[in-house]
Write a protein that binds this ligand. Structure first.
Ligand code: 173
Length: 322
């Protein structure tokens, strides 16, 4: 046989065998975010995607399709569940229509690094796999407590007579403070404030400037409560289809993204100062009222969780505690 014929045969043989040998063909994953593209969450996501795509040539690529304009906020969970998209940056409150347990993750009091060590991460994935047809890949926002923002003053933790924009994150707590609640995606908050449909809204400590809400916000109530959970999620069948090489690559990249979560404490102090600078006043309570306010936030949320999904709530409660 002539040498070049041998070479062709060898190449064909390797090509045939490569799936068996676990050699990887590049996979391209479609991704959508539940948050707007100009938000810090998605800015940081896009930086990460650039890194993944640079390092993942021949292995794995992410094709970012956009935010709520690509898929409406409250429909993204289902799009991941059904495989319309492979990957999402999303928060539990936006996909309680897929599984009510999604919103429980706001109640974690330990870091994602600790969650990976104490069994929380596996416990989350068991539920997410079974109920959501999703793999929970990692949490990329931490240390972002939620607050009540108002344009009417209160002097005690009582929202009687006030209409407040919510998502499932805040529902039970704000109702326990006697608020009238109205659920909207973030994209509708500005208009609701402008038209006086709401007197305030729930949102984490960072991000109100991304939507220009500071123009319509007079007060922030302190203290904050819970911890905004924003995570990377993947359609489970798509996840299972990854080769070991792709799987390891993705896991490594997610861990690197999480290791950068130290950023969020810095963002908190920047955003707090920025709010102060534009004249947003803080409403504070005395020490006892502050402690009772925070305790009530958790009590009410865990009570609701236990009602919705008793077994999962009881498992998570033990794991999420400090
Ligand atoms: O829209 C919201 O207020 C909300 O639920 C949320 C959750 C996590 C991060 C930011 C906002």
């Amino acid at each position: 046989m002539r040498p070049h014929f041998l070479a062709i045969m060898a190449t064909a043989f390797i090509a045939l065998l490569s799936p068996v040998l676990g050699q990887t063909q590049e996979v391209s994953l479609k991704m959508v975010s539940g948050f707007a593209e100009n938000s810090m969450y998605v800015q940081r996501l896009q930086t990460w995607i650039q890194k993944v795509n640079a390092e993942g040539k021949g292995v794995l690529q992410i094709n970012f399709l956009g935010g709520p304009k690509a898929i409406p906020t409250f429909e993204l969970g289902n799009a991941v569940k059904t495989g319309v998209v492979d990957l999402a940056l999303n928060t539990g409150a936006f996909y309680t229509n897929v599984m009510p347990e999604a919103d429980f993750l706001k109640l974690t009091q330990i870091s994602i690094a600790e969650q990976r060590k104490n069994g929380t991460f596996e416990a989350i994935n068991k539920v997410w796999n079974e109920k959501g047809n999703m793999q929970y890949l990692g949490r990329v926002v931490e240390n972002q407590p939620f607050h009540i923002y108002l344009n009417k003053k209160i002097d005690k933790p009582d929202l009687t007579g006030l209409k407040i924009r919510i998502t499932p994150v805040y529902r039970d707590f704000f109702q326990s403070l006697n608020a009238n609640v109205i659920t909207t995606p973030p994209g509708e908050v500005y208009t609701a404030l402008e038209r006086g449909v709401v007197d305030g809204y729930g949102w984490p400590i960072g991000g109100i400037f991304d939507f220009n809400w500071q123009e319509k916000t007079k007060y922030r109530v302190d203290p904050g409560f819970y911890d905004a959970e924003v995570s990377l999620l993947m359609n489970l069948p798509a996840y299972k289809k990854l080769t070991p090489v792709q799987h390891d690559f993705l896991a490594k990249e997610v861990l690197a993204f999480e290791a950068d979560n130290v950023y969020w404490a810095h963002y908190t102090s920047e955003e707090t100062q920025r709010q102060e600078k534009v004249g947003i006043q803080t409403i504070k309570f005395d020490a006892a009222t502050t402690a009772a306010f925070r305790a009530k936030a958790y009590e009410v949320a865990w009570a609701a969780a236990s009602k919705q999904s008793p077994e999962v709530a009881s498992k998570f409660k033990g794991l999420f505690a400090k």
